[in-house]
Design a protein around this ligand. Structure first.
Ligand code: ZN
Length: 265
């Protein structure tokens, strides 16, 4: 009898505490994107299309049950990494993407007000960019609750020469799952093309030892439309970078470089 009585008092006390916390609880609900589904140039889109030398407007409507504070945009090259949230997407995007101008990035914060607010991020895409950039949006409400959203910005570029690879060591790089591994001391045939509307003045391929930044193999291309070069893979295992560079025929100032990471073992 005594025990039950004591238990009841404890229960009543706990219930009271629970009511106290519930009534004093501040907003814990995370803000969200309430842009209509399927909207283009929205963070909810699978991919946002961009063109080098032009601009992109990333437009969204954000909502919060109590009050929005700000939205932070982080746009950076997708080269060489993935985000956990986007892992599922990346499985569908296997294959080599040749990125250029990867040092371009955008960090911007826009202040928001009210329970529903529209934000328009105007982004000028540089002439040097080509490939895929990650767009990460952190949305914050007045109580500090945050929500993160991801999309890809795919940038087309018709200003710079463009490399395409049809075969590397007998494999189509479009079917690669991650970066290639080459056997030390062997030979790897690289086949592809380098094109530009205005023609190509010069182009070269290089294999660079990342530890020492030394060029361990190089070839000046003589055929641009369809080249085939045999790379001598060094005997020393390690991290290497296969670099491809080209210069525009009509404007020597327009040069580009791209490539991929190679593991030699
Ligand atoms: Zn990223």
């Amino acid at each position: 009898m005594m025990i039950n009585h004591k238990t009841n008092i404890q229960n009543v006390a706990l219930l009271g505490l629970a009511i106290f916390f519930t009534s004093c609880q501040t907003d814990t609900e995370a803000p969200t994107v309430c842009t209509g589904l399927g909207a283009m140039n929205s963070i909810t889109a699978d991919e946002i299309e961009g063109v080098a030398g032009d601009h992109v407007d990333i437009e969204d409507v954000f909502c919060d049950n109590e009050g929005l504070s700000q939205v932070r945009y982080d746009i950076h090259s997708a080269e060489g990494h993935a985000h956990e949230v986007s892992d599922e997407d990346d499985e569908h995007n296997d294959g080599l993407i040749l990125h250029s101008g990867t040092d371009w990035s955008v960090l911007r914060t826009i202040e928001l007000d009210g329970t529903e607010a529209e934000a328009d991020l105007h982004v000028d895409v540089p002439l040097t960019a080509r490939g895929v950039w990650h767009v990460i949006v952190d949305l914050v409400d007045n109580e500090g609750n945050t929500a993160t959203f991801l999309s890809d910005l795919h940038i087309e570029n018709s200003h710079m020469p463009e490399f395409s690879l049809t075969s590397v060591g007998g494999e189509d790089p479009a079917n690669w799952h991650g970066e290639p591994t080459w056997s030390a001391g062997t030979e790897v045939v690289v086949e592809g093309a380098v094109t530009d509307e205005d023609g190509i003045a010069s182009a070269e391929l290089e294999l660079i030892d990342e530890a020492t930044e030394t060029v361990v193999w190089s070839a000046e291309l003589t055929a641009f439309e369809a080249f085939s070069e045999t790379v001598t893979v060094p005997a020393a295992a390690g991290e290497y970078h296969f670099e491809m560079k080209a210069t525009d025929a009509s404007n020597a100032a327009v040069s580009m470089e791209t490539g991929f990471h190679v593991e030699v073992e």
